[in-house]
Ligand binder design. Structure first.
Ligand code: HEM
Length: 132
């Protein structure tokens, strides 16, 4: 069986024999490699502003099996996030900072699910009033 993301045939890389269907590219580790990134665990999205051939963000994979929904996802994410920020005021539920600990899963969910409070901004008044 050919699994997506896994080595498709036996090969040797830097003297290591890699049997087929055994190895997966660890994008999580690449994105946190201190040999590649300064201060890799800090949230600095500006580090990805200047894309070059050596360093880039790979949330959608690369190559033939890269994400088919890449273009759609990037547009919808920007629109959704922008709408949530423009239309609502957001607050934490208490004084404590949000726990950003990661849980274990392919899509890296938060360990503690996010709970937040939101209040419609005035820009939403006409929309919400029309809905009644
Ligand atoms: C933020 C949203 C998304 C992220 C971060 C994401 C990420 C990924 C990643 C990492 C892969 C594996 C790529 C690889 O093997 O190298 C993948 C595959 C795939 N994604 Fe997405 N994806 C997203 C949204 C979507 C959407 C909206 C669609 C469809 C409308 C989609 C359809 C697919 C499909 C069909 C594959 C399998 C491609 C293949 O194996 O040939 N994805 N995605």
């Amino acid at each position: 069986m050919l699994l997506p993301h896994y080595s498709s045939e036996d090969c040797t890389i830097e003297g290591y024999d890699i049997p087929h269907d055994t190895i997966m590219v660890n994008v999580w580790a690449i994105h946190r490699d201190p040999k590649l990134w300064d201060d890799p665990l800090s949230f600095k999205p500006e580090r990805f502003e200047r894309i070059n051939d050596e360093k880039y963000l790979m949330p959608f994979g690369l190559g033939r099996r890269a994400c088919l929904g890449h273009g759609l996802a990037q547009r919808v994410l920007g629109l959704t996030l922008g709408s949530l920020i423009e239309c609502f005021e957001w607050k934490r539920i208490g004084e404590e900072n949000i726990d950003m600990t990661e849980s274990k899963a392919t899509a890296m969910p938060k360990f503690v699910p996010l709970e937040a409070m939101c209040k419609a901004r005035p820009i939403m008044n006409s929309i919400l009033l029309k809905a009644h």
